[in-house]
Design a binder for this molecule. Structure first.
Ligand code: NAP
Length: 333
């Protein structure tokens, strides 16, 4: 059995990664795409073998043959369209960051509970084999107790027309990519940070954060990361325990044509002393789509619950607060 999916918005992430990823899956069929411009929707539908194209998001939501929608809209529109989709009877997979405020997540939780629809924030890392493996290895006795995490995620994008450079749309590095070190450190620690402190540099023209350093205090240890939208692309996540360290080489834009790699060592002083773990080749968007479709088919929990989204959002909002106050900020919902 396959779930019939509709795509809301002819977004780059949808065309380049999520649609082809889901089309390669076992449980998902992309049957329609909607754009505010019907010509764009028709072009993508033609290019990608999608049956139906709609010239408005409302028209797609009115299509009774569609079970679930994927929402890759600019960040400020995520909650509005997720709620409209659930009210129209659709399950929802919505891009990160799901919301820009706690109130908005809570609003969506109420609609989810009333409509009984399934909804998940599209943190594809949570379905990726390399992250499941990293967690398994870090939980082993050999790793000792996880105490320190260091993360990095950057790219260089100064396009004034890109949604990431629009403050009104919820642009900036923390919402776009800082959300990943927060999400994955929470996932691996299996705990919530208690408080955070940050330093944020804003772009003087775009008014979005372009360079940020963050320190998060967890009950079990500390995590820090840098995110930036205006330096060379780089990403890495490093986890250090009392007995071993583990590094996820390409933690977020994980490769789908070659094996993802994890390095592990109990005494890393030279490169050859690290054990290399190569994961089976996989596509994280295929895994994410199938995990969500399966949750619908089997009526089980979605990959990332809105309760988890609430906790991730609370950390991100505390990071912004700390940069304003210049002090530690408690993470609170
Ligand atoms: N999980 C991941 O790996 C990943 C990677 C990249 C991005 N993302 C997320 O995916 C979302 C989309 O990112 P993207 O880079 O694909 O963006 P994008 O190419 O700019 O696509 C956004 C789409 O939203 C629609 N839209 C509706 N109202 C809009 C408005 N007022 N201004 C601009 N676009 C509007 C447009 O579709 P129509 O014109 O067709 O209506 C547009 O194509 C973001 O939330 C981002 O955080 C996730």
């Amino acid at each position: 059995m396959k779930i019939n999916w509709g795509i809301i918005g002819d977004a780059r992430i949808a065309r380049n990664f999520v649609i082809p990823g889901m089309q390669a899956g076992k449980y998902s069929k992309i049957v329609a795409i909607a754009s505010r411009n019907i010509l764009k929707a028709e072009k993508t539908a033609d290019n990608m073998g999608i049956e139906k194209a709609y010239g408005s998001y409302e028209d797609l939501l009115a299509d009774k043959s569609i079970d679930a929608v994927y929402i890759p809209l600019p960040n400020h529109l995520h909650v509005e369209w997720s709620i409209k989709a659930m009210e129209a009877g659709k399950h929802v997979l919505c891009e990160k960051p799901f919301a820009l405020s706690i109130d908005d997540v809570e609003k969506a939780i109420k609609v989810r509970d009333r409509t009984g629809k399934k909804i998940s924030e599209a943190f594809m890392v949570r379905s990726n084999l390399q992250w499941l493996k990293a967690k398994e290895l870090i939980k082993k006795d050999e790793f000792g107790k996880l105490r320190a995490v260091q993360g990095f995620f950057s790219y260089n994008n100064t396009d004034p027309d890109n949604i990431r450079n629009s403050a009104e749309m919820g642009g900036g590095g923390i919402w776009d990519i800082g959300c990943y070190p927060v999400n994955t450190s929470r996932f691996i620690f299996d705990e919530e940070p208690l408080r955070v402190v940050s330093s944020i540099e804003y772009d003087p023209v775009f008014k979005v954060d372009r360079l940020a350093s963050v320190l998060m205090e967890y009950p079990g240890g500390q995590a820090q990361f840098i995110s930036s939208t205006q330096i060379t692309p780089f990403q890495r996540m490093l986890f250090v325990g009392t007995k071993e360290h583990l590094e996820v080489e390409i933690p977020f834009n994980a490769p789908d044509k070659v094996s993802a790699r994890i390095f592990i060592s109990d005494n890393f002083t030279r490169a050859e002393e690290r054990e290399l773990i190569e994961l089976p080749v996989c596509n994280q968007y295929t895994l994410q789509g199938d995990a969500f479709s399966k949750a619908i088919i089997e009526n089980t929990e979605v990959p990332v619950t809105l309760e988890d989204t609430l906790k991730n959002s609370a950390v991100l909002l505390a990071i912004f607060r700390s940069a304003q106050t210049g002090r530690w900020e408690n993470v609170s919902i």
